[in-house]
Design a protein. Sequence first.
Lengths: 374, 609
Amino acid sequence: MGLEASSSPSSLKPYAADDTCPMGTGGATKPEARFAILTRFHAGYFRISLALSGQALLWRTLSDSSTDPRPLARSLPSAAFLLLWSLALLALLALCALYAARCLLRFPAVRAEFRHHVAMNYLFAPWISWLLLLQSTPFLRPDAPLYHLLWWAFSLPILVLDVKIYGQWFTRGRKFLSMVANPASHITIIGNLVTARAAAKMGWHEAAVAIFSVGAAHYLVLFVTLYQRFLGSDSLPAMLRPVFFLFFAAPSMASLAWDAISSSFDTGCKMLFFLSLFLFASLVSRPTLFKRAMRRFSVAWWAYSFPLTVLALAAAEYAREVREAAANVLMLALAVLSVAVTLALMVFTALRTGDLLPHDDPFDCPLLAPPLVR
Amino acid sequence: MEEASASKHGAVPPLLAEVEVSNLPGFDVTPSPSPRPQPNPKRPSRPGVPPLDRLPRRSEVVLPPLDSPFQPPGFRSVQPHSISLPASPSAFGVPIPVAGAGAGDSQDLQRQATSNVAREPHRSPAQDKGGNGVGFEQPDKVKFRSQPIPGGQPARAGNRVGRGGGRAMNRDKSYDSFKTFSGKLERQLTHLAGASEAPEEEDSDDAIRAHRTTSMPKVDRFFAALEGPELDKLKSSENLVLPSDKTWPFLLRFPVSAFGICLGVSSQAILWNTIATSAQTTFLHVSTKVNLVLWCVSVALMCAITAVYALKVVFYLEAVRREYYHPIRVNFFFAPWIACLFLAIGVPPSVATELPSWLWYALMAPVLILELKIYGQWMSGGQRRLSKVANPSNHLSVVGNFVGALLGASMGLKEGPVFFFSVGLAHYSVLFVTLYQRLPTNETLPKELHPVFFLFVAAPSVASMAWAKITGEFGYGSRVAYFIAMFLYASLAVRINFFRGFRFSLAWWAYTFPMTGAAIASIRYSTEVGNSFTKALCVALSVIAVLTVAALFGTTLVHAFVLRNLFPNDISIAITERKMTPILELHESGCGDDDHSSRSSNDVEAQQK
């Protein structure tokens, strides 16, 4: 996450900075240089898994749409898809393991993350990635019992987090929405919508509508709050500007979820899709917004991929509904863009792994160890 | 000039004492230092003081009325004349700190400016209007601008050569800062048109222009300097960069809100068309000719206003840019396109029955581009974020989406109208919530009711009609939107008492189209749900809309021909970029005219290198 890269962590100190971390817990000083880096993986690193899982779903959808007139999409080799899916699975497993280690060894830091207005949203990210992988898995069918079980396993944490975080939005003083709202909050909404879509695909209609409505209601509130920009641009550090792409990820995901619920890409879905297209155009036509974040590679760059993938997915569904040449062109363009961006990110990661790895932990408790500022 | 210089060396040469007042070119240019006129009892003359100290000196300078002839030299501050301040700091014996400041130092530049000021038609021009660049080449000298001498040549520090006798010589340069490329375009046009111009003038202009950088007042400045629901009244502590006692050129006075007239009239055309063709109102026996006449009138008006504004864009680009940066006026940039959309919607059947699809795309493309810009500003925060600038005029930027959707759907397009409808709906909900909240950070919401509030009614009523056209029936969605519009209308109508005491402005025409829109939506609703109540409602609303427009038309005529102030000086675009510190002595000296023009920051920059 760009949280740490070159800005001092002070601007990102969690709101509850006054909470005291336990003094010198043995566990914190144990992981020396070797383990230290492993446990510095904060939740923002799950962007990578989000991106890869989203890509897997996109490839699956493109190759699945049998009514897709374009032969190119159908010829995506399934071997490549399997490779991608396995890569996504491995990445997710690795990140989950690292984060589990972090929970064990640096629990205060995890708690601090949970309190931070940007990082808390990324706690949804692993579950979203699991759900996306589940939806794109070639090994299970949606009506298999294991599928249902896995769905429950991945949705429960999301629902629990929902109750906690959304409840805070309007009840807990320091965590009022107007104070904590930032573009990363869209991830909470996306979590709901992905869950709803998965439920709809499994055939559980009522559950899908229920979860969708929770997501939609909070999306409305969040959308208005973010547009008002009560706090100005203070809510997000400049390095995290790629997270702005989430603005159009949420309506795209909503359109996909409603498409799954209503089994057809009706006017509501279209409206959501058009809204996300508009927001995409609006962001892309403001490159200066991202200039500062683009100076240096960081894990924040991975935030570009998932929204583009979701938009491409929505475009694919739209093109399937509206059999027009222009829609197909749009879908193809967006899909190509999404794949290209993800590939580029993978290349960057391979080339500049050093930049990607965490050099310090912005959520480190100050009493535990001095914050490592680069 | 030289004589003046020569006589000025020495300790504290009187400011105006030996200034050669004449029409010689370059007279005001490089004077030698004459800091202060001796007679100034208030301050010891100190040559080369930092500009701020010179501020008080302005009081001594009495500005001549514009048409006063030049005074012979030797007079003191009794008779104003040239206010040329010495350009060369070295002559003061003390290097002026700012001299080397260069173009970027606007702060100092301003201070310099204030000290130099004093001029009547003030010369902020071109050379730097608002700009920080200085371009003059008198190295390490501070250049001061001297005022244009009335009836004489605009003195310009530098190479003022006697200009040719054409009218160019007498061109008033005070508005150059607002002209396109600072007046260069105009000069070239007049040059092409045959007036003789001295070439040197172009050179110095070019030099200056080359370094000129435009700077616009930030949005905070607009809020700080202006007040009123349309942000068109200047606060008493503020000043303008243009002379407020003169009538500015017509183009400068022509605001973009004039397009509101087109909005008002074209929506009336649609209303009369609807009345004439709707089943519920046939009992009124309105003929379709009314629609035809109104439509032709609105087309004519549209062409006329577009032509005038196009001229303004060509000749006064800076002024147009300032209007664009004004937080309220920017919304009126949507008005021409919305008016065109109305014209297309209300086209009488006798003129055209089918409109080509490319017309819709052509009309919506500018709307889309403007929207991307303006909604993006809302979203990305910064100065122009919504919580700060939200005001009822923002409805104009949202309504365009719904009008476009309505037109597209009536032309038979499918996806495009839904696109704009969804974008409009999303942003309308944001705007609606924000305006209802009346956030404390919001500075533009008027405390009192003003006709601009009627814009609240516009979006839901047009949205209901658009949705009805898109879905082909007046279903629940349309009804919900329609009822919201009716509620807002009623809620404003019962407070009609509070709409008092406002100065008429052309923008009021833009506020009539919501009433017309509500009337049209009511007629549409009454065709669905036809009972006597809805019939009465639609007739009542139509009557109100027509009467309002008629009254407004009458008021406009009165202002145009009787009071002759239909186009007052457009002060909202002429605010200074920075608030200048008030100069107390000014008032004491009794020079009433100084304050407004002098203090603008903009002329300063021109002078510094």
